[in-house]
Design a protein around this ligand. Structure first.
Ligand code: AMP
Length: 187
């Protein structure tokens, strides 16, 4: 399955919980990039400038990273992809990767929340853990990219009838229960 939502919608938090409940790996492109930045790998060095500006890392870099990850054995019984695809080109690429690995998407979960709530949350997070892309200017830029590009990604999956929306506003535990109940209905 995929989990898609604007920055600050809690997709990382919910992805970790869903992954534990379903017993499948959660794969977050943002986390993989941040880990590479921390370790100063060539991938991290390349990704860092884009991330700090709140821009998307180029598709060529992101796609090959996801391609490598989805070729590993642990995704055969299921996986939860968090933060990918975010562009139309990534949707096409993911279709190819899944076909090549004989995998199929069952569900695309979209977490929703309004922009002003998201900005408030992200500025709060910035105080707590100081992510370099959590300044108000960069936050608004990332939200703009979500509306301009990632909502079109959700529309593509909507056409396939596999999108389920969950309200991302509320206590974390309650949102997890909302998610788990829609997933149970689906399966
Ligand atoms: P996230 O933790 O999902 O908010 O991702 C943090 C940052 O990593 C994003 O603002 C982008 O710079 C980069 N990133 C993560 N996923 C992607 C993706 N699918 N395509 C391009 N850039 C990405």
């Amino acid at each position: 399955m995929l989990i898609i939502g604007p920055p600050g919608s809690g997709k990382g938090t919910q992805a970790a919980r869903i992954s534990e409940r379903l017993g499948v790996p959660a794969i977050s492109t943002g986390d993989i990039f941040r880990d590479n930045v921390k370790r100063q790998t060539p991938l991290g060095v390349e990704a860092r400038t884009f991330m700090d500006a709140g821009d998307f890392v180029p598709d060529s870099v992101t796609n090959s990273m996801v391609r490598d990850r989805l070729a590993q054995d642990d995704v055969q019984e299921g996986f939860l992809l968090d933060g990918y695809p975010r562009t139309a080109a990534q949707v096409t690429e993911l279709d190819d990767i899944l076909r090549e690995n004989a995998l199929e998407l069952d569900v695309v979960l979209q977490l929703t929340a309004d922009d002003e709530e998201l900005v408030r949350r992200l500025l709060g997070r910035a105080e707590l853990d100081g992510r370099s892309d959590d300044t108000e200017r960069v936050i608004r830029h990332r939200l703009g990219l979500y509306h301009d590009q990632t909502e079109a990604v959700v529309s593509r999956y909507d056409e396939r009838g596999i999108v389920t929306r969950v309200d991302g506003i509320g206590p974390i535990d309650e949102i997890t229960e909302r998610v788990m109940s829609v997933l149970t209905v689906q399966s």
